[in-house]
Design a protein around this ligand. Structure first.
Ligand code: FE2
Ligand code: FE2
Length: 315
């Protein structure tokens, strides 16, 4: 067998595994571009979980009650856990977590643009749970069937926790909507600010998303950005009605024929600006992450020294 015949056989086996809806595992041969795509996507996902702790974390010391503080603390800790599963999944592809963190804080890898917006009131905590975790669920449920085994399995656990996050957000908003006029106004203001950035979480429109076709062929992705965005809108509009808030989109209208909500076009130039680093909080988020990484250096050193000693003892 020549080298090219051997590669062809490996490719054939990989394609067959993907086509049969089986999982590709770390020990399996995979095309380099598939591996690189997964590393980029899983790293970006892991970074989003970790950076995503910041906007809500800002309210931990200002939560209005012990109960709200306990819920928010639990949620932030869940997100840290999601980051850990995902960094571990990325490491099965042969990259190192330290290297990924370095790429994040030097701006060479991205995280979700949604976390570059500020949290101005406690209603934002509820709206993030409802809309941001809601959008994350739409994105992540199909990833439970991703062709790469470790990523798919991490998503199963993550999605269970995300649905708790969405429910706590909705419950917080319901409570505020039953409160005073000022509380209702806070909720509406938060919805007005987070609605469009939440729609942008699904990425650019399909016509502007060149990698989607390949990701779908590899069964990493199951639906296009626009399909997921539509699913999110259809899921969320009845919830907004139940809450009694107005979604800030004058073009939002029920389309009887499609059985779906028609909605306006997000401001894609804003998304491009935020991705480029020009969002309201980009610099602050990265700076905070860098400082936390540097402050934690002694913990990593101590853990490494401990592992070394353990190894020595076992010898
Ligand atoms: Fe999460
Ligand atoms: Fe979450």
């Amino acid at each position: 067998m020549t080298v090219s015949e051997a590669v062809e056989a490996l490719e054939g086996r990989f394609d067959a595994v993907v086509a049969a809806e089986q999982r590709v595992e770390p020990r399996d041969w995979m095309p380099e571009a598939y591996r690189a795509t997964l590393v980029r996507q899983i790293a970006q996902h892991a970074h989003s979980e970790i950076i995503g702790m910041q906007p809500e974390g800002a309210w931990l010391t200002r939560a209005p009650s012990l109960r709200r503080k306990a819920i928010l603390l639990a949620k932030a800790q869940d997100e840290a856990g999601h980051g850990l599963y995902l960094y571990a999944a990325a490491e099965t592809l042969g990259v190192d977590r330290a290297e990924l963190t370095e790429k994040l804080i030097s701006g060479r890898q991205k995280y979700s643009s949604i976390f570059n917006y500020p949290t101005l009131s406690f209603a934002d905590v509820g709206v993030i749970g409802w809309l941001v975790d809601g959008a994350a669920i739409c994105n992540q449920v199909p990833l439970c069937r991703c062709s790469y085994g470790p990523y798919a399995r991490a998503m199963v656990r993550v999605c269970k926790e995300e649905s708790f996050h969405q429910r706590q957000g909705f419950e917080l908003l319901m409570t505020m909507m039953r409160g005073t006029e000022a509380q209702r106004a806070m909720v509406q203001d938060a919805v007005d600010r987070w609605w469009w950035p939440s729609l942008m979480m699904f990425g650019p429109p399909d016509g502007d998303s060149p990698n989607t076709a390949q990701s779908m062929a590899w069964r990493i992705k199951r639906h296009t950005n626009d399909e997921l965005r539509q699913r999110f809108v259809d899921m969320t509009v009845p919830q907004a009605q139940h809450l009694g808030v107005t979604l800030p989109d004058p073009e939002l209208v029920w389309d009887e024929e499609r059985g779906s909500w028609t909605f306006g076009e997000p401001d894609w130039s804003e998304l491009k600006q935020v991705i480029k680093g020009q969002g309201p909080c980009n610099a602050q988020r990265i700076e905070r992450r860098r400082a936390a990484h540097e402050d934690g250096a002694w913990v990593r050193e101590a853990a490494l020294a401990h592992a070394e000693k353990q190894k020595e003892r076992n010898r």
